[in-house]
Design a protein around this ligand. Structure first.
Ligand code: PLP
Length: 416
């Protein structure tokens, strides 16, 4: 492909105007929206309004007058539209790690109430570490075990009459490999287990159909493809069929049926309010809502399906260009569109870290995932075809010119 051909793709791209929603620093090629989404232009003014008017002027009255108390459900309903969930089924709360603890705990309780012999959580060895740490600690507390697949193909064979829960991240954070949620949820159900999904790298990145694909519970991240800002609160969804059986391991007052009656004894709220624990972080919630709105703005343009088509075209373009220009980098992400999330990863043990640092110095931001992964996330809301093309050219240049050898690119930072 030539640069002119990439520019022609941008000129023909019906989604191109959506980029205007973002405060992107000029000249930067940002391929890390899968780790921290870009700041929407609306966010600073909205957060300032919440600080100055709702907090500063109206103070505690804002819990009612500004609807602070409804934020978890209000933003939850917006996220639900992106992930195939119904209104009133999903709430914003806590972090992904904490939400995973909540849903896994409830899923274990539900599965074992039906069959006490079920003591195994099945997942993948390559799952994101926090997901496995949470599962391990919960398993230890409850006398359960964690059984890990080494490849996605092994998963169905690990499910059996002893399995309580299948817990997977829909898109692998290192390889970008996308699981078939419908097929694996069905396999879990056929074994009598529940299917719990982490949407950290899929919510806002591709169409997700929690209801249609048979998932039982899901969690997801607010600061990646949802553009909610650093440390944005996460979300949690439970299929309505389990809502009344879902029992919080963290029984806090915001999940109580009547928090402002201040009664002794925990009584869970009906429906999804019981997934809440404590007071929502209002400033962070306001920022998250602006981020989610940038995705809902794509609905008139075809929504997540249209964003997915662009994302696949971007990742295909970048992977093809890099394979030609940098043959020494091994492509880790699937070439099959049906198996690829919204990122492209390469492996190289020696070059990986310094090449990513040299690219960052050039204003091309990807990230490095130990021990050897160069990871580039593509956010179709704001990434242009010319960006994907230019990033591949930069990648070739930092390697061919030996720029990556400079000492400053070989010093490890705390966050990679
Ligand atoms: C990013 C990510 C998380 C983040 O969890 P936090 O609690 O927000 O730190 C969890 N799981 C997966 C799979 C992720 O990609």
């Amino acid at each position: 492909m030539t640069r002119d051909e990439a520019l022609a793709l941008d000129a023909a791209d019906a989604l191109a105007p959506l980029r205007e929603q973002f405060a992107l620093p000029p000249g930067l090629i940002y391929l890390d929206g899968n780790s921290l989404g870009v700041l929407p232009k609306a966010t600073a003014a909205r957060v300032q309004q919440v600080v100055r008017d709702e907090w500063g002027r109206d103070l505690i009255r804002s819990w009612n007058s500004a609807g602070w108390i409804d934020l978890p459900q209000r933003i939850g309903d917006k996220i639900a539209r992106l992930v195939g969930a119904g209104a009133g089924e999903l709430v914003v709360a806590d972090s992904t790690s904490v939400n995973l603890f909540k849903v896994l705990s409830a899923a274990l309780a539900i599965a074992r109430a039906d069959d006490a012999q079920r003591r195994v959580i099945v997942s993948e060895r390559s799952n994101f570490p926090t997901d496995l740490y949470i599962a391990e600690s919960l398993a230890a507390q409850q006398g359960c075990t964690l059984r890990l697949a080494d490849t996605p193909e092994q998963i169905p064979a690990l499910l059996g009459s002893d399995t309580a829960v299948l817990m997977l991240t829909q898109v692998n954070y290192r390889s970008g490999r996308l699981h078939d949620m419908a097929a694996l949820s069905r396999a879990a159900h056929e074994a009598g287990a529940l299917a719990v999904w982490d949407l950290a790298h899929s919510a806002g990145a591709l169409p997700v159909d929690l209801g249609g694909d048979g998932a039982d519970m899901a969690v997801g991240c607010g600061y990646k493809f949802l553009n909610g800002g650093p440390g944005a609160p996460a979300f949690v969804w439970v299929h309505p069929r389990h809502a009344e059986r879902f029992w919080q391991p963290l029984a806090g007052w915001m999940g109580h049926a009547a928090p402002f009656e201040f009664t002794p004894g925990y009584r869970p709220a009906p429906g999804i309010a019981r997934y809440l624990c404590g007071t929502p972080p209002v400033l962070s919630m306001a920022a998250l809502e602006c981020g989610v709105d940038t995705l809902l703005a794509a609905e008139p343009f075809g929504g997540m399906a249209a964003l997915r088509a662009k994302s696949l075209a971007l990742t295909r373009l970048f992977a093809d260009e890099v394979r030609v220009r940098c043959p020494e980098l091994a492509l880790v992400s699937p070439t099959d569109d049906a198996l690829r999330g919204s990122q492209v990863c390469f492996a190289h043990a020696e070059l990986g870290y310094p090449v990513v640092q040299a690219l960052i110095a050039r204003g091309v931001i990807g990230d490095f995932r130990a021990p050897e992964i160069l990871r580039f996330g593509f956010t179709p809301l704001y990434t242009r075809f010319a960006d994907a093309f230019d990033a591949a050219v930069h990648l070739q240049q930092v390697q061919d010119g030996g720029e990556w050898r400079r000492p400053e690119f070989n010093r490890r930072h705390a966050v990679t």
